[in-house]
Design a protein around this ligand. Sequence first.
Ligand SMILES: *[C@@H]1O[C@H](CO)[C@@H](O)[C@H](O)[C@H]1NC(C)=O
Ligand SMILES: *[C@@H]1O[C@H](CO)[C@@H](O)[C@H](O)[C@H]1NC(C)=O
Length: 312
Amino acid sequence: MCGRNLQMFSLWALGFVLLIFGITTVCEPAGSNNNCHRKDCNGTWYDIKEATCCENRLHPGASLSCCGNEPYSPGTATCCKQQHRHTVTARVTQGLSEKVSSCCELKAYNPVNEICCQSAIIAKPSPMAECCGKDVFDRVKQLCCGSPDIKMILMRNSSHHQCCGHSQYDTETQCCCSNEKRLEVYPKISSCCLRDSTSAHLCGNETYDKNTQLCCQSTVIDKHSPNHRCCDKRAYDGEKELCCGPISDKKILTRNSPGHMCCHQGQFNSKTECCCWKDDGAEIQPRNSSCCMQQEYVAIEGLPKVLFCLCL
Ligand SMILES: *[C@@H]1O[C@H](CO)[C@@H](O)[C@H](O)[C@H]1NC(C)=O
Ligand SMILES: *[C@@H]1O[C@H](CO)[C@@H](O)[C@H](O)[C@H]1NC(C)=O
């Protein structure tokens, strides 16, 4: 039943496309005779070569895009959208092409030399800059240590230094040992390090060290940071990366922002987009698209998302 609806929809959509093509091909040669450039904007007919209609209001200027009710040109400006429950707010930032920009909530920025950390746009001190709470740090020269709510930037002593709670430790000579729930740095030969490494954890038929290794699908993998988790048979950084895709066909992606989530093997900005499941896979769509709206509705009803998107 679902499949048939979809087929009928496809045929209908195809017919629609053919119809549009039919009109354009008939119309184009007589372009100067402008009947086909006229459109309705809330009851007013206008020439699309002269004006743009955004949310039922006419604005001078041809082939502009709409950002909510504001017209803009994506070549020289960016539209950022944000959803709060059921209302979408949109704002235009002038002077930055949509091709090169990213959005930091409602403000656009240039990701080449700026970064968005907890809703604030900050100049990037180096190309390797990343967010550490509200600040930026250089992941090569520095470490961002601590708990998610209290982060601290430390000068990294060497490339084999890693975070242990709020401080750093040398992974070659020390271990980060949990002592009565607190993380502390100890020499590798200390009883705390030895206790952790000798309490034999089994991975498949091998033993592994929980401090420095991971067990991913019965495979032992070296852990390069405390944030490392399994992604199929590989390790990924649970803070900076995403592990996306179906089991045994997962991909590791650099996470574009803390609000990014997986959509099949890709990622989407959960603040402005949704992952829309269609019968031939998943597709990222803007939050105000009909498919996203359906999914939100369905999520409330607690019914399978996949079914609804397929049928409608
Ligand atoms: C669209 O037309 C309706 C009816 O004429 C009017 O009430 C409404 O204000 C118009 N909307 C805009 C945005 O001009
Ligand atoms: C890092 O370097 C400082 C200065 O050389 C040193 O005092 C400190 O012990 C080092 N920390 C670690 C964990 O190696």
